[in-house]
Design a binder for this molecule. Sequence first.
Ligand code: ZN
Length: 374
Amino acid sequence: MTRFGFTIHATDGKARTGTIAMRRGEIRTPAFMPVGTAATVKAMKPEGVRAAGADIILGNTYHLMLRPGAERVARLGGLHRFMNWDRPILTDSGGYQVMSLSELRKITEEGVTFASHLDGSRHMLSPERSMEIQRLLGSDIVMAFDECPKIDQPRDVIAKSMEMSMRWAQRSRDAFDAGGEHAEGAALFGIQQGALDEGLRNESADALSAIGFDGYAIGGLAVGEGQEAMFATLDFAPGQLPQDRPRYLMGVGKPDDIVGAVERGVDMFDCVLPTRSGRNGQAFTWAGPLNMRNARHAEDTAPLDERCPCPTCTTYSRAYIHHLTKSGEMLGAMLMTEHNLWFYQQLMQALRDAIAAGTLAEFARGFRSDYFRG
Ligand SMILES: [Zn+2]
């Protein structure tokens, strides 16, 4: 069986569509990965996540190391068995969330020591410990440990952070390769840093390519810079990375972010937006997002989206979902999460089809026209 293979089937401008082959299954690209933060895609059973069209989900190292603990997950047979998902899982390195969630952080060349946001207990993450945790979880795509700096800092601060992340990338590579049986079946991705700076992004891409990874992530974006700045960076960043490897834009995004990033050559995405929005009363549709708390839906018998074949839209009305949402009923969050995950996967399928047909520019124009008209 293939450990990791990436085949590009068609290109359209800078965009590509292809297949990643791994031991636990194939991943169609461009791909969207639902986020399973704490060993669950919130409000969804795994079979529902799969039925929506997901080939791969994401698990969070930071959350799982704190609760229930990576060693415990390993004793219970690994993350796939623990949560009943037998297809590929990508785990992040913990680097981003240790910066955004933990307290009393101290960053040194060795790694990061921090206090848990749950109970204040002391923990350490380093490239070596991050690789160990992701191995204990049984991750299929392991992410290198990096530092994601705040984006609005002077260039020399961004440069120093990026250079340390590249030394950590080499240590991640070495620790991953020493992982025995796990390393023989899993893949390792490096993460490009350098904020919005083309020169620093290029240095980072060169350093990662010299080490060699199965795929390459574009890190340090979607951290508050705004879509215009993100797209300006994506005008050059994907092209700096190896052409024959998947490119993964971490933490993105809104449907229109994804369309614009695919046009700029990105192959993989993850984001909490479809699941988090589903719990907050927001439904994504081809005519733009809907706030289901709004009273205008109170007697609307239409589905969330007329074009959507999902179990929510083929069964329930906007009026019912409005009522559930207003009443704080769990089922409201479940139905809207299911629809949102289906919507995101239908968007990815439409992007893949448009690239294969050579009609991506036309599709993207039509998408934006409908999405922003609503
Ligand atoms: Zn639907």
